[in-house]
Write a protein that binds this ligand. Structure first.
Ligand code: PEP
Ligand code: MN
Length: 447
């Protein structure tokens, strides 16, 4: 049967998705998802798209960040709130540097499904399916945990809904009020960065006081009292994505209701693959990870498909480059040339995490802070040379004091990694490292 519309991905090869053995249970979950309210709405996705269009022109800067994989077990109010605090601090530092608005997007409220390099994992001669994220199977190394269970999609939806509810409260309920900049600090960030942050916060406070004293009250009080915060995740598990897709009754457009922005991973960007087939049909902004194996030819086809042939549709497509610090020079210029030759209006953003993962001497997967920074520096340097816009950054980070990436001001070493290594998947910058990076990016933007 030839399926059309939003189900057409089902005719394509099933890459990086689990095979569910209980077809009836899967159908019941899909029916349930179709009946539940979407998590985000068409006009929100359109607003993000217009903000990203400004990013593509250099009139705004994108800050996207969050966990590699959200976890059911580690979910909690404090964990979300601390993450939000760090993002607000970073955004303020970046706004100060760039003198343009910062568009804030979390890898959150849906970032549950993970592509893996191998389908199975062997420990002490026992071979089991790889962990693919809490929306698919469990992290424990047991046969029961590793079996894909479609009911996990409902738990993921529930957690995503609770997370977004909290984020909406934090963004709009007063917590994000610029007048409270001093309250966003986390007590354990490295002292010198905390001091730098206090200096910027103090300068901002002076400006606000001046505006008030001069009687130039901000146009609308709520403009400074609230922020817009958007959700994003990799659209990997397409049953979940399709189940939350809705038709906008106003326009007839298809909208992914799972998050404001969804992206296609480096392993699932085959031009004729299922993930591209799904994403090309929804109106949300779409991210596309581009790595060393992204060919110029594939990129052209992907841009055409994902922009629906409308290369002027700024804000629709975000290219998230992730090459590894030493490989940026080999690949970014050729991809920029390809996009420029086509005349496509894309958002360029830098993911300095996924090309810089190494195994530490102590056996942990880690990312050296200096390599993460170097990839960002290369990104800015090459865009400056090409005259194109370095639109933003994409980090794996947390508000918690974890020890997963080495380096940074507190100089975490390989030996420190075992202290608080909590990630369910890739190593994240801790809040101190994330804030430090924001200060360094701020400097790059001033150059
Ligand atoms: C990710 O963003 O967590 C990820 C798996 O990235 P990539 O597809 O770029 O490897
Ligand atoms: Mn990751």
């Amino acid at each position: 049967m030839q399926m059309s519309g939003i189900s057409s991905w089902r005719q394509r090869e099933r890459i990086q998705m689990p095979v569910y053995t209980d077809a009836a249970a899967l159908r019941a979950v899909e029916d349930r998802l179709r009946a539940l309210p979407p998590l985000v709405f068409a006009d929100e996705a359109r607003r993000l798209k217009s903000e990203l269009a400004a990013v593509s022109r250099g009139q705004a800067f994108l800050l996207q960040g969050g966990d590699c994989a959200e976890s059911f077990e580690q979910f909690g109010t404090e964990q979300v709130r601390d993450f939000f605090k760090v993002i607000l601090q970073m955004a303020m530092v970046l706004t100060y540097g760039a003198k343009v608005p910062v568009v804030k997007v979390g890898r959150i409220a849906g970032q549950f499904a993970k592509p893996r390099s191998a389908p199975t994992e062997t420990v002490n001669d026992v071979e089991l399916p790889s962990y693919r994220g809490d929306i698919i199977n469990g992290f424990d190394f047991s046969e029961a945990a590793r079996a894909p269970d479609p009911n996990r999609m409902i738990e993921a939806y529930t957690q995503a809904a609770a997370t977004l509810n909290l984020l909406r409260g934090l963004s709009k309920g007063g917590f994000a009020d610029v007048n409270k900049v001093h309250a966003w600090t986390l007590d354990w960030t490295a002292e010198d960065k905390a001091a730098d942050y206090r200096a910027i916060a103090g300068a901002l406070q002076d400006t606000l006081d001046f505006i008030r004293a001069a009687g130039l009250s901000p146009r609308k009080a709520e403009e400074l009292a609230t922020v817009d915060f958007y959700s994003s995740h990799e659209a990997l598990l397409l049953e979940y994505e399709e189940g939350l897709t809705r038709v906008d009754p106003q326009t007839g457009d298809l909208v992914a209701g799972s998050g404001h922005l969804i992206w296609i991973g480096d392993r699932t960007r085959q031009p004729d693959g299922a993930h591209v087939e799904f994403c090309r049909q929804v109106i949300n902004p779409i991210g596309l990870k581009c790595g060393p194996t992204t060919s110029n030819e594939d990129l052209k086809v992907l841009i055409d498909k994902l922009m629906g042939g409308n290369l002027d549709d700024a804000g629709r497509l975000m290219l998230i480059t992730r090459f590894g610090a030493d490989n940026v020079e080999d690949h970014l210029p050729r991809l920029i040339d390809t996009v420029e030759e086509m005349g496509a209006k894309v958002v360029w953003t830098c993911d300095p995490m996924h090309g810089n993962t190494i195994k530490s001497a102590t056996g942990y997967k880690t990312r050296p802070f200096e390599n993460v920074l170097k990839e960002v520096q290369e990104f800015f340097r090459i865009h400056a040379a090409k005259g194109t816009v370095p639109g933003g950054v994409h980090f794996e980070m947390t508000g918690q004091d974890v020890t997963e990436c080495t380096g940074g001001l507190r100089a975490l070493t390989d030996e420190d990694l075992s202290d608080r290594y909590h990630t369910a998947c890739d190593p994240r910058l801790n809040a101190s490292q994330a804030l430090e990076l924001a200060f360094l990016v701020n400097q790059l933007m001033r150059n």
